[in-house]
Design a protein around this ligand. Structure first.
Ligand code: PMP
Length: 360
């Protein structure tokens, strides 16, 4: 069967070139006679993969030398706990902005460790906008400020970085990291699960400013301490070796594509194609404020929700899969991460046009 265009929010599409290379190397990596899966994480070969991947990742994001990069397990959800455990540093309060489902999850977990001050919450307007920073109720005693630059479910994205003085920014970039360049120096800690833009599930990447680590909450388990992982080059215990290797191939692929500036251009064009079409149609709508629409996750609603099932079935038959929206938003959602080509967007738009023509 030919490969489909997979609009899943994650685990999501990976570049075919990456998987072809993984396939070619699966039994015999670089003439070693073994698979990456079978290698000791402390052996020469795997150390090479790990070191080169970190160097590529740093190069892609121009990560300053005073930041550590950690390749861990546990998913972004584990970071909801690791952030307070590591970043409170003796303080008792933290600020959180709530712009969607994943912000809510981070807040719920943060509340187990400290006094969480929710600076603003857009739940009452169904998470369709980002309030202006002047309307946030910030606390100068906060140990850090946490927010979610891209909310995967509602499709709300920051196209700017808050300026909060000396309070470090802690951000969940699970559905946006590596989709465009970012100024890492503006953040205290950045974390992301790999299964969207970075690779496959099983790997979580953390970029953390050096001076913020080493002051964990009393009782923090060893495995939750950023400093332990930093000191051990993410090899305190056995890392997720194969997903890390897959990401190392994705980094090479991104470099070959021209790096993150080139990806930004491609991703912006993809998003514009889809939003442009939706905005010009009276059959499809996107509920999000145009100033904060996500380049990565595009929800859209059909004028008649009774047609949702038909839309999904026919789309699937046309090779356009996993378009069902999250139940909290309804309708459809197209997740269009790095590996989704412009051709996939064009095919989706053509399909949507035809569906509207025949059913609208
Ligand atoms: N944060 C965001 C923004 C996400 O999109 C997701 C997963 N969809 C998570 C956190 C949870 O990630 P994980 O399943 O890797 O813990």
């Amino acid at each position: 069967m030919a490969r489909i265009y997979n609009f899943s929010p994650g685990p999501a599409m990976l570049p075919s070139e990456v998987m072809e290379q993984a396939r070619d190397e699966i039994l015999n990596w670089h003439n070693t006679g073994m698979s990456v899966m079978e290698m000791s994480h402390r052996g020469k070969q795997y150390t090479e993969i790990a070191e080169e991947s970190e160097a590529d990742f740093r190069e892609l994001l121009s990560i300053p030398s005073n930041y550590k990069v950690l390749f861990l397990q546990g998913g972004a959800a584990t970071q909801f706990a690791m952030v307070p455990m590591n970043l409170l540093r003796g303080k008792k309060k933290a600020d959180y902005l709530c712009t969607g489902h994943w912000s809510e999850k981070a807040i719920e977990e943060g509340q187990k460790f400290c006094e969480v001050n929710v600076v603003a919450n857009t739940k009452s307007t169904k998470f369709t906008h980002i309030p202006a920073q002047q309307d946030w109720n910030l606390n100068s005693e906060a140990a850090y400020f946490h927010y979610t630059p891209n909310e995967t479910i509602a499709g709300v994205e920051f196209h700017w970085i808050p300026e909060i003085g000396n309070v470090p920014l802690a951000v969940d970039m699970s559905s946006t990291l590596l989709s465009r360049p970012i100024d890492v120096s503006k953040f205290g800690v950045i974390y992301a699960g790999a299964q969207k833009n970075i690779g496959c599930a099983g790997l979580t990447i953390i970029i953390v400013r050096e001076d913020l680590i080493g002051q964990t909450l009393s009782g923090t388990p060893t495995m939750f301490d950023y400093q332990i992982h930093a000191k051990n080059n993410s090899m305190y215990n056995t890392p997720s070796t194969y997903p890390w290797y897959i990401s190392s191939l994705v980094f090479k692929w991104l470099k070959k594509k021209g790096g993150l500036a080139a990806m930004a251009e491609i991703n912006h064009k993809k998003a514009e194609t889809l939003y442009g079409f939706v905005d010009n149609s009276s059959f499809y709508t996107n509920p999000v404020d145009p100033t904060c629409r996500s380049w990565m996750n595009v929800p859209f609603i059909l004028a008649n929700s009774n047609l949702d099932e038909q839309f999904l079935n026919q789309a699937k038959q046309a090779g356009l899969a996993n378009l069902k929206g999250h139940r909290s938003v309804g309708g459809m959602r197209a997740s269009i991460y790095n590996a989704m080509p412009q051709e996939g967007i064009n095919a989706l738009v053509d399909f949507m046009k035809e569906f509207e023509r025949t059913k609208g």
